[in-house]
Every structure is written in structure tokens, then in C-alpha cells.
Design a protein around this ligand. Sequence first.
Ligand code: ANZ
Ligand code: ZN
Length: 854
Amino acid sequence: MSEGKTDNSSYPAYDAEAIETKWQRVWEDEGLYKTDEDPAKPKRYVLEMFPYPSGDLHMGHARNYTIGDAMARQARMRGFDVLHPMGFDAFGLPAENAAIKHHTQASRWTHQNIAQTVKTMRRMGFSYDYDRMFNTCDPEYYRWGQWMFIKMWERGLAYRATSPVNWCPTCQTVLANEQVVDGRCWRCGSVPEKRELSQWYLRITDYAQELLGDLDRLDGWPENVKAQQRNWIGRSEGAEIDFALAAEDGVTPTDRKVTVFTTRADTLFGVSFMLLPPESALAAELVAGTQCEVAFKELRAATEKVSSVERQGSEREKHGVPTGRYVINPVNGRPVPIWVADYVLMDYGTGAVMGVPCGDQRDFDFAKKYGLEIAPIICEKDDPLYAELGDERELRIRSVDWDRAMVAEGYLVQSGEFTGLKGGKHSEAVDAVVKWLGEHGCGRETVQFRLRDWLISRQRYWGNPIPMIHCDDCGDVPVPEEDLPVLLPDDLDLGAGETLAEYAPFYETTCPRCGRPARRVTDTMDTFTCSSWYYLRYADPHNDNLPFSREAARRWMPVDNYIGGIEHAILHLLYSRFWTKVMRDLGMLDVDEPFTNLLCQGMVKDEHGDTMSKSKGNVVPPSSVIEPYGADTMRLAILFIAPPEKDFDWDPEAVAGANRFIKRAWRVVWTLARSADRGVVLDAAALGPQARELNRVLHEMGLRCTSDFDRGQFNTAISAVMELVNAASKYANEVSAERRDGALCWRVAHDIVAMLAPICPHWAEELHHEALGLAGSVYNEPWPSFDAEQAKSDTIEIAVQVKGKVRARIQVAADSSKDELEAAAREAVSSQIEGKDVRKVIVVPGRLVNIVAV
Ligand code: ANZ
Ligand code: ZN
């Protein structure tokens, strides 16, 4: 394309590599990225989820960090004091596995990867405050993770318990519940086994209600993330109901009771069986020495191999065995057989279920399979069965031959005094039955959460050591504060299979309480503990006395913009919210929630819409774009291809297009800058028609760009600048250099540079200095302001009709009078009305003029 009268030789060509190297050096020399601490300014904390250092950055990272960097740079120009840090989530299995494979140290592998990644980050021009950078495997950092663990232990929020846990045979460690995704290890995809182990937990369930309730206050979070968290926390309102265990005769109640959790107390009259899970100690006791014992043990062994998610799957075939024993239904005194079933979980509710085949599909399937009663106790009014049972109160029909459970919410039948009430979850029937149970001392309302305590111990080396010592006399004793951190030894022979538990120099110690020989805990903490509070450390990264000071946290928290992948919707975000609340309760923090606005960026896919992955061989490395085009083109392309939260298909053509635009904008800025007159005040009223239009576009697009930036819609913010560049280019083509308005040229060139500065930083800084001749960084300039009045178009288009047919479209002044409109219209269609008799002219201001001529 041509820029008209522009003399191309009068300014330098765009040389991305030279410019980018130059400014990266200057910015670092001058400390541009250092966080200002100016309490007079409002603060803005922009944070991208820190990476695991697995090698180098990939496109997903590049997208994530480009979004954050554009936000941070723009916030700074908008007058905020900005904190924009970065670091590394550096503990974890891949490093350990690599160390085992290559007979090296996990720390070496990790630090090499970090060095490479930081290089790429700098090459991309990310404006991190590198002085605040840390790795979670630095003792100065993990020391405080240990310190916080001990604080939690002192408050009873960290504890050790023996229970069945998920053991991943491939990763050779236990997994938290959250890390078993669709029945498989989140990391390696193996099916975990159940093992009975003594493990360390954090009591996140103490915060279940608050974690749930506060989601309602997170207006800046995507709905789907909040929904996933709600679902994971899984609050369920229901009742506990006590059934008396019958003696061996099956009818005489004993003093012992079995309590169930149910959300459907209204179905109590339809209970056909009581279910216990295969892990139940009571079940084992009931069958011991009876003819049921063998089958029970077989079921127990078979169930151990199945994950809890699978066990509950509605499609899965249910397996059960009878115990030969009974409980008594408290509401009607009927004996109910006790069965053991694999779809019942030990760790939900009370670990016992009242089986109601009529109301629950799983119970229905179970009853069908084992020939148990299916008593109809709830029915819709238009059901023929309702006509038959009417208001029958006695349990007359004990089994029906349906093909599935009654899911519709109907009315109770055969249910004693509750017959006729409307049933269902949270129904009047539930309320009535629970009230009755309360009055008779055998039931009460209760709330259950699906959320379990967070299992944090890992039997792996490359993690933060749990700072506890086990003494045979004193039990579990925390490592004294002055001995922290418990250092992770660096001289284990991982390649030879050595583990912390076998490494005497690590585990041999003395009890801090009694001084006798004792053994250090050799488990390390789940790396999710490290990422649960790193955002707090950035506020005060060099603090030697505390993880962070309350003042620093007060200055920066909460994070205003948190940007990262949707895959963290549950684990990391839930754990961080929990950690924040704990720190608040320890008196260290003043906020309830860590992240005000959350942006989950979409995925970067390949040209065919497939996810990029090493195994598919379709990964586009950032270097393949940076090398030919430069970081600014890459950043522009990433932000322009799609809105940040949407997936996008990587498109080489879009990259080339971004590069063309950046060059074009470069030329336009230089051209205008050459005609610019910085000393003159822009007088909008005095501009000629072409300048007037350019000025209008400047304000219209400036406003659009600003508000799109505020909404994080970078792609449309960029298109606004593109339209301005087009208008500026048109002006330069149409108006000769001598006749251009100098003040306007200055303003437009300046604002194009400013508006692209957050996105193409090196490009903008170069033009700011060289083309505009300004001193100081473009980031120390305020974001330009725009005026809605001047953005208004002063001409509009109207249609001119002759006898109802559109014959022309004309541009008229927006404030034209009816007479002016008519005159302009007559002129536009003069050839068609010439010599004719104009009978009537209809003027609709703002829309059309219709001329009736015959
Ligand atoms: C009787 C009943 C009748 C039930 C009916 C449902 C429908 P949510 O909503 O997820 O909390 N349940 C209770 N504890 C269980 C356990 N440990 N393992 C497996 N299932 C368990 O689910 C609550 C329902 O799940 C409870 O209500 C119970 O079945 C079952 F027409 O009790 B219900
Ligand atoms: Zn001791």
C-alpha cells in the first residue's frame, strides 16, 4: 500500500529485533519494571498463574502472560501503582522423574529450565518486577510454607490420620481427592489404588460453608468456575435418621443404632433395605463367623480396586451381599434387611444409606438385581396407581414391576399420617417427617458437604518437607521455629532409587521436646501448598521475619486481575481461597478472598482446532514467531486473534497480518509525526472537513479502545486502533504535508503510540522516543483521554426516494433543517425530477426524503 505523499526514506524502517533488544536493555537498566511504592496512587495487582518450569514457555503460557502484561502496562498508564510479579512453581514430580532418568539432581534440572524460561519471558518483553521473582524450591520461600504448616498444626488445622487413601502406583505417592479426576491420577492417568495409610491433612472442611458462601461475592469470576467450585464443595441439606439394629432374631431392637444421611426423609416408608459400604467395620462385625462372611470379603476385596468416582457412576453395575441382619424402620417398626453395596461410600454422609428403590434409581437397580421390594410410596396424581392407592395409609403394595424409579415429584401414598403430602427434595413431606423424627428422638436436620479434608502428604522427594518430628514418647512434635527450614538434602541418589524415608542423614534427629532420638517425618507437602500462597509472598518477597508483612499485604491484596487456565478452576483456586482465609484467621491478612477478578484464558489450538501437544507433534513454539517477526508482532497476534477467554486456532496468516499492521502503523505514525506541530493547541472547531473527520475518528476509537481495555477485550481494542490508523492513513493520503493540521497530526500519532503501547511495547517505546521525540518512557505517560462530544459524527446519511423508490443516498450535516434536507435531496436526484411536476415532498429528518414527482 502507498502512503501518498510520504517520503519513505525520511524515517527508519521497522526493525523488530534491533528495537526489541535495545528497549529490553534500557528498561532493565533504568528499572522500569520495578514496582513503584507510591501510597498516594491507587494500586493494581496483576498476576498470571506462575508456571511449572518444565522446559520453555509454550503458546498457552505466551497467551496467558501477554494478556497479563497488556493489563499491567495499561494499568500503569492509567495511573495505577502496579504490582506485576512472576515466579516458578518449582517443586514437583517431573523434575524428580527427570533426575532419576538422567542421574542428576532435581534442583539442577529445575534451575536450568527456569533459566531458559526467564530468557524467553524477557525476550517477550514481559514487564515483571524481576527483583521479586522467586522459585518455590528456594529455602527462603519454602521455609515459610513450613512455618505456616506449623501455625496450622497449632490451631488444629493440620493433623495426621490413618484412613484409606488413593495411592497412585505410577507416581508412587498418595493423591488428594481433588487429584483423582474421573477415577484417574490427574498427573499420569493411572487408576489409583486404595491404601490404608497414616497421612497429613489440612482441615479445609472447617471452611466449607465460607468457601461456598463467599462465591456469591465474587462478581469478577466466571460463572462456570464458581459453579464448579460449588459443585465440588457440594453442600447438601438433609437429615440423619437413626435405625435401631435388631438382635439376631431380626425383630427385637437392640441399643445399637445405624444412622443414615438422606435428602429424602419423605421416602422413609419406602425403605426396602439398609446399605453399608464394603469398608464398614459394622458390616464386617455383623457377618463375622456367619455364612455371609465369604461373599462379603470377596466384595470388599473387589471394591478396593475401584475408585470412589467409578463406584458412584450411575451406569456401573451394582454389587451387593446380604449380612443376614436387620434394622428397624423407626417410623413403622418394620424390619429392614442390611446389605453391603459397593455404590455406597464410606466417607460421605454417615457412611450408611436407606435404600428406597421407588425414589432412587441406584437403589432401584439394586432391588431389581437382588429381588428386593420396590414399594410405591410416592406417586403423581394422574398415575393409575394413585387412583388405586388413593389415600391408602398402610403399606399394602410392597412391590411393583416398574422399569425405573419414580423420578417425578409426586404425593406420598402408603405413608401413614404423611400420606397425601407433596414429596421431593426440600418438600413439605420432608419437613413433616423430619419434625416427627425429631419429636421421637430418632432424627434431625443436618448439612453435608462433599468436600473432604485436603490430604497434603506425598511420599516423594522433590517437595517441601513436612516440618514434624515423630518421637516414640512425645508423639508428633513440630520442628522449632528457629530450626526452620527443614532443608531438603541435595545429595540423595535418586537414580539409584533412594528416597527420603531411606536417607538416614535426613530422618535421624532428636526430639525437640525430650531430646531422645526421634525420626523426622519424611513426607513432603503437595506442591499445591506452595502455589496456595505465592501471591502473598510477592507483596513482600524478601521478608526474613515473616512470610509477608501485614502492611505489604494490605497494600497489594487482593490480586485485582488473576489470569490463568480454566484447568485450575477447582484445585488451585479453592486451595488458595482456603489458605487466604486461614491467614486471615491467623491475623496476618485483612482480606477474605485472594482474587477479585479472574480471567480464564482460552486454549491455543493448532490450525485445525486440535489441542497442541508434544505427542501430536503440532506444537508451535513461541520462538518460531519471535525469530522472524519479533515479540511485538507475536503479542499483537495473540491478542488480536480472539477474545482472551475464547479458544483460538493458531493461524500463521493472522501472524503475518499482525506484522503487516504493525509496519503500517509504524509508517503512519512516522508520517504524521513529520507533519506534527507539538507546540500548537489543537482547535477542533477550526479544523477543515478532512481533519475534522480524523479528529472525530480519533475520539470515537479512543473511547472504544479504552472501554474495551477495561473489559479485557483486547481484540476489539486493537480493531479500534486499526480503524484510527486507517483514518490517519487516509488523511495523510488526501491532504498534502503542508496543508495537514500540525496539532492534529501530533495528537493522532501520539495516541496511536499510546494505545498500542500495552500490546506492542518495544514498537511503541521506539516511536515515542524517535518519531515523537519524547523523553522518558511511554509508560510514564498518562493514557490519553477522549471526548464523547467530539466523537459524535456531524454528518449522517439519508436516503432520497422518488415516488417511494430509493434513488440516492446523501451525506448531510446531522443538524440540517427540513428545508436544507429538501434542497440537498432535490439536488441529488435533479436529473430524475427535471421537467416533472413535484407534487409533494415528505421529509423524515434523520432518515429520508421522498419526492413525489409526476
Ligand atoms: C434415601 C433416598 C431416597 C435418597 C430417594 C435419595 C433419593 P446428595 O444429594 O448428593 O447429598 N447417600 C447418602 N450417603 C451416601 C453414601 N455414603 N454413599 C452413597 N450414597 C449415599 O445425595 C444424598 C443421597 O445420597 C441420600 O439420600 C442417600 O440416598 C444417598 F428417593 O436417601 B437418599
Ligand atoms: Zn520425645
